[in-house]
Design a protein around this ligand. Structure first.
Ligand SMILES: NC(=O)c1ccc[n+]([C@@H]2O[C@H](COP(=O)([O-])OP(=O)(O)OC[C@H]3O[C@@H](n4cnc5c(N)ncnc54)[C@H](O)[C@@H]3O)[C@@H](O)[C@H]2O)c1
Length: 410
């Protein structure tokens, strides 16, 4: 099998992961072009990938008719419609970052374009490929726990991650980006839909922006943490970006070398220095969604900003056993009715590239197989991914209408 030709469109946090993957596994992918319009990132791309052409305008890329097997569309959510459709019209298959798009209409337009142009689109629901969730899926498919009746899942965003991404960063405002339930939880809805194995019929959702708002700003606090007297605030930006796991996010605002003094210099009076109580954020900081699936199956999902660590957990109630899992620990336990409990071994030996507990690595391997016409478990084509997005749009409609029942597909 030949190495597949890959184009990275958007050399940001996600795009770099795919470029790095190709660099590390040349037998699977060869990076043939990068499309990026941010001057600093263009410099980074040229420095890191000297032999790869970098296009600052995607129209110039299209004019060159570069031969490629797949274009990874890794620009921001609101740009996916324009970029995905332009690439498909030009004949490229896509690896499309999730969410497909930030509203239902655009998702459907992308879907229609894929049909019209007969293009394959794989959506990056990376969690499906994780050793943790793929093991759970295998357990269900083997019938070990019987028929799944109900799922209870939670996504704990992490207080510093919420502050970085959803209060100060790219996904803070639903009009500029996406509602929280889509930006953060479409993976979870995809996993729930996948494990329950039925279509979702209706959704109710409740949630609000309870804490990260002006009412909670300490008296006399400043617009920017740099100028603020409350240096011991949990959300003090200088503390978060230098002394906590939020260090991993400094690339969002730091140009040039990553060291403490440069990070502080770039941080000062940037969006990431803003008081978390005075930003222009509107996405929720907590949300509970309940779902009614075909055949009377049910699920609930809780998203919360208010956790120390970032983690997901799941409880699956099935006819022969209960399954309890904690993703970050790769811990899965089955409690058989009338039998012994079993701790299931999750093989994480190959989980070595990118984030999401190795999911990026496995996803890229599956993409390679798919492009070679092989069957790759877990691969999420656009039509399947649409299901999870429709759950998210229904949840947002319900949440903004006092939790009213929203029926899907009616
Ligand atoms: N699969 C996942 O788990 C996962 C995780 C995080 C983010 N995402 C999604 O991935 C996408 C990218 O997120 P990110 O964190 O990498 O964002 P990012 O802002 O770091 O990267 C986007 C890049 O696209 C470039 N860009 C924007 N418009 C362009 C244009 N017209 N031409 C060329 N380049 C352009 C930007 O300059 C930037 O470098 C988003 O849709 C996001 O929601 C997915």
């Amino acid at each position: 099998m030949n190495s597949k030709k890959l184009v990275v469109f958007g050399f940001g946090a996600r795009g770099r992961i795919y470029a790095d993957f190709a660099n590390k596994y040349p037998e699977l992918f060869t990076l043939v072009a990068i499309i990026e319009n941010n001057p600093e990132r263009i410099e980074d791309a040229k420095k890191d990938y000297k032999d790869v052409p970098v296009f600052s305008d995607y129209h110039d890329f299209l004019a060159k008719h570069v031969h490629a097997d797949v274009v990874a569309v890794c620009t921001q959510d609101a740009d996916h419609k324009e970029h995905a459709i332009a690439m498909m019209e030009a004949g490229y298959n896509l690896l499309l970052e999730k969410p497909i798009a930030n509203n239902e209409e655009d998702c459907l337009k992308i879907y229609e374009s894929s049909i019209k142009n007969n293009r394959r689109v794989i959506v990056c629901h990376v969690l499906r490929y994780s050793p943790f969730y793929s093991t759970i899926k295998r357990i269900i498919d083997e019938g070990k726990i019987g028929e799944v009746v109900s799922i209870q899942a939670s996504e704990n965003v992490g207080y510093y991650h919420q502050a970085h991404s959803f209060v100060r960063g790219p996904w803070k405002n639903s009009k500029e980006s996406s509602p929280m339930i889509l930006a953060k939880c479409c993976h979870d809805m995809d996993i729930i839909r996948w494990l329950i194995g039925e279509k979702c019929k209706s959704v109710n959702s409740y949630g609000s922006l309870l804490y990260f708002n002006k009412e909670h700003a300490p008296v006399g606090s400043s617009e920017y943490c740099s100028d603020c007297k409350y240096k011991d605030c949990i959300y003090n930006a200088q503390h978060l970006y230098l002394e906590t796991d939020a260090k991993n996010f400094v690339g969002y605002f730091t140009n040039g070398e990553i060291n403490d003094s440069n990070v502080l210099k770039c941080l000062r009076h940037s969006d990431y220095d803003r008081c978390v109580f005075k930003s222009d954020n509107d996405v929720v900081d907590h949300e509970v969604t309940i779902m009614n699936f075909a055949n009377g199956k049910t699920a609930s999902h809780t998203m919360s900003a208010f956790s120390k660590d970032i983690y997901r957990d799941i409880k699956i109630y099935a006819t022969k056993a209960q399954l309890i899992g904690l993703m970050e620990d790769n811990h899965i336990e089955i409690k058989y009715f009338g039998g012994e409990n079993e701790i299931v071994d999750v093989d994480i030996s190959k989980a070595n590239v990118g984030g999401h507990n190795g999911s990026d690595y496995f996803m890229m391997n599956s993409l390679f197989k798919t492009l070679n016409g092989e069957i790759a478990p877990g691969v999420t084509y656009l039509d399947v991914s649409l299901d999870s997005h429709l759950i998210c749009f229904a949840a947002e409609k319900s949440r903004t209408n006092n939790g009213m029942t929203v029926f899907i597909g009616e």
